[in-house]
Ligand binder design. Structure first.
Ligand code: IPM
Ligand code: MN
Length: 370
């Protein structure tokens, strides 16, 4: 079990229990490679873990009607972390697994941070001409428990010409404040590690969503006062989308609402070379957290060895960083960078990698072990 150190943060213990949810589609094959690399890196650093696999996803739902039973949720709470592949099944209507598994996990475990690094590694062919690894290295802090995700919505007179729907967004002061504070603290930490200026960019639509995002603006100004050393700016989401493409070098830490964070992190994935290399963590700083690649289950390419496992592999690094095992995390990240630098992975697009899913895993694992 994890111990809490100063300030309630987790401290490394060198021994972990990890709940593994391979899930649907390409989930199992990328998780397999992630665990292969994790194993190699942990062995090299003398860190031990026990992985327990859980059967959740579309197949289980179709078989039993269950998504995420509360008993499984309770079991998850006894682990140190959850390592998650992907969910989404062509035979299950949209929303069932997303709400029933992924969002339920985020909400029930109160994983209020969705941490999504956007980093261009040397050797990756990225779509932005003229941008180098030096220009693309920031992190999106996506609020993960509120906004349009938190409520089901209501329909009146459904199916008639007079149909009216309500799909409201909620923002609480407490929820807004804790994500903004997390972003500022992260900006200070990253600046220290990188010898770069500390900067937080707020992304919202306060010119239209004046009430909800007005709250974000006010709390942003309040929290910023506690961090005089951090440079701040606020961008509307439309302008921010443009800036991701035109001037990604202006970003260090981007903090944004749940829905905008969802959209912007697919764009972020694109500018770092593709969804195949984008990791994420669903985090509560002091609770069992869940780590998943940004990509989905990609059922059309599943089981063929075409999927890029780098997102899942880097996700394992995020998980170990969260557990306080910085050396394991750095070893995994360095191994990915070394694998990319070999030039053996010319593209991160599924089917164009030049190597099969397991071969990419083998290559990274060989560097992680040495
Ligand atoms: C993501 C996904 C999810 C989201 C879906 C599957 C509910 O797109 O993690 O980015 O919208 O958060
Ligand atoms: Mn998404």
């Amino acid at each position: 079990m994890k111990r809490l150190g100063k300030g309630g943060r987790e401290m490394a213990t060198g021994s972990y229990r990890i709940a593994v949810v391979p899930g649907d589609g390409i989930g199992p094959e990328v998780v397999r490679e992630g665990l292969k690399v994790l194993e190699a890196a942990c062995q090299a650093e003398g860190v031990r873990y026990e992985a327990v696999t859980f059967d959740l996803g579309g197949d289980r739902y179709l078989r039993t009607g269950e998504t995420l039973p509360d008993s499984v949720l309770d079991e998850f709470r006894t682990f140190d972390a959850i390592y998650f592949g992907a969910i989404g099944h062509p035979d299950v209507p949209p929303g069932v697994l997303e709400r029933g598994i992924l969002l339920k996990l985020r909400f029930a475990l109160d994983l209020f941070v969705n941490l999504r690094p956007v980093k261009l590694y040397p050797g990756v062919t990225a779509p932005l001409r003229d941008k180098t690894p030096d220009d693309i290295d920031f992190v999106v802090v996506r609020e993960n428990t509120e906004d349009v995700y938190a409520l089901e919505g209501t329909a009146f007179r459904q199916g008639t010409p007079e149909e009216v729907t309500l799909q409201p967004a909620i923002y609480t002061r407490r929820g807004t404040e804790r994500i903004l504070r997390f972003a500022f603290e992260l900006a200070v930490k990253r600046a220290r590690e990188r010898n770069k200026p500390a900067k937080v960019t707020l992304v919202d639509k306060a010119n239209v969503m004046t009430v909800g995002h007005g709250l974000w603006r006010r709390v942003f100004a309040e929290v910023a006062q506690e961090f005089p050393q951090v440079e701040t700016e606020a961008l509307y989401v439309d302008a921010a989308a443009m800036e991701f493409v035109l001037h990604p070098e202006r970003f260090q830490v981007v903090v944004t609402t749940n829905l905008f964070g969802d959209i912007l992190t697919d764009l972020g994935a694109a500018i770092q070379g593709g969804i195949g290399i984008a990791p994420s963590g669903n985090i509560h700083p002091n609770k069992v957290s869940m780590f998943e690649p940004v990509h989905g289950s990609a059922p059309t390419i599943a089981g063929q060895g075409l999927a890029c496992p780098l997102a899942a592999i880097l996700t394992a690094a995020l998980m170990m960083e969260h557990l306080g095992e910085t050396r394991v995390a750095q070893r995994i990240e360095a191994a990915v960078a070394q694998a990319l630098a070999t030039g053996q992975i010319p593209s991160l697009e599924a089917g164009k990698m030049g190597l099969r899913t397991n071969e990419v895993g083998d290559l990274v694992a060989s560097f992680a072990a040495s």
